[in-house]
Ligand binder design. Sequence first.
Ligand code: NAP
Length: 491
Amino acid sequence: MDEHGLFIDGKWETPTGAKRFTTRNPATGEELGSFVSATTKDVERAVSSAAKAFKSWRETPAPKRGQILLRVAEVYKRRKDELGATVTKEMGKILPEGKGDVQEAIDFLEYMSAEGRRLLGETVPSELRNKYCMTLRQPKGVIAAITPWNFPTAIPNWKLAAALISGNTVVFKPASNTSLCGVKVVQAYEEGGLPPGVLNLVTGSGGVVGDALVTDPRVKAVSFTGGTDTGRQVYLKGAEHLKYVHLELGGKNPQIVLNDANLELALDGVLFGAFGSSGQRCTATSRLILQEGIYDKFLGMLLERLKTFKVGNPLDKGVDMGPVASADQEKKVLAYIEVGKKEGAKLRTGGEKLKGGAYDKGYYLAPTVFEAKHGMRITKEEIFGPVLSVMKVKDFEEAVEVANDVNYGLSSSIYTKDVNLSFQAMERLEAGITYINAPTIGAEVQLPFGGVKQTGNGGREAGTTAIEEFTEIKTVFVDFSNRLQKAQIDG
Ligand code: NAP
């Protein structure tokens, strides 16, 4: 098992007397790597390194910064199979999804590298003669990037590539249980030729490392993706320092299926949306809202398909779903299954830990379907596991009402052939993302990603909006009249 250090000022290092922790494959229990539990002192050094590198990096022309990102993308392309397998081994999603996680990083790096030739400001007319009015985009400074384990390559790269192309320097703290992926993310930037200090890695517990980053006054902005409770703490701490905090949090995403839908298509959609990555996507489908005319038929089709749904080692071909990511995840999901049973939801399949043979070495849960009533906790709270609550509604109106009646608002989906209702759904579903005739998962990097309500605090990752999270707008007036001109006063 390899021992990994922190990455500070362009060097991998292990502080003297450092404590260590390991990560494990949730499918087999195998130890994957050993990592430094960074202390607040280590965080201080990482922030100093980023602060020192900032001047030179912000002065590096953005197209040159873009060329480095493109080289990082090349590293990921070359190592895609190996990195995809690392994602699969460390957090348990099936191999095609592990590679997809890496592909998303490649896509975004390519997209952001071109952004180095744009970083658009605006030029608008002045109310006075011989005067220019324009805006420039400027970097914020040192950014803390704090990320979850469910997309351990894609989400860090969403943050790093956008922050770096904008001229910021970064201290990156990956989720502890995907620290190996975090190390590999950073190695690619090192190999791509990023100058020392521009990107630093500190591994270790959120309570220590994350907290030290959020409270360090030299960190100008925090980009955080994770659970809503953690996000709230980060937001409150950041507020004490009047710090810009960008939050991407949980979801409770609905797929609506109306009577006129293509049911086979909707079935493929819900299987992928609810059980892809073992339901551990922030955009996972956790609520299936069926119109009454197709309720029995569609539920029957779903239960039938799940009979042949294969749960197993996520590295193996033909497996539909791997384990959940950790013992904590398993405990949390099983606890929610008990909640569902207690509140009277009808368990139609699954609802248990899988046992026997290879299952005994990992955190394998059966794909679970409840028939539930809207308002039960399992229909309102994020479970973040392979548990789907199915609900019956009378019509489109009730479907939208139920879909919207949760605290979250990340993704949403509707299956119907009715053009008018599709457009009404686009308007009325309270979510940052709406899919028409496609599942709640499947974002593309060239479009904004984020949610409303308690899914975040208004920002968006990906797309050109990512740049907005990592830049300040400078407004510039250039008066070339050679005399004092007074806006609002001169005629
Ligand atoms: P989490 O427990 O909130 O952890 C997220 C990150 O925050 C980890 O790096 C964690 O470090 C760190 N952290 C923990 N306590 C902290 C503190 N007090 N101060 C600063 N940082 C702290 O979330 P998770 O279990 O990794 O991820 C699952 C959640 O992420 C789900 O709710 C999911 O919906 C959400 N998510 C949202 C999006 C989105 O874009 N909206 C995308 C993906 C996931 P440790 O690992 O060391 O605890």
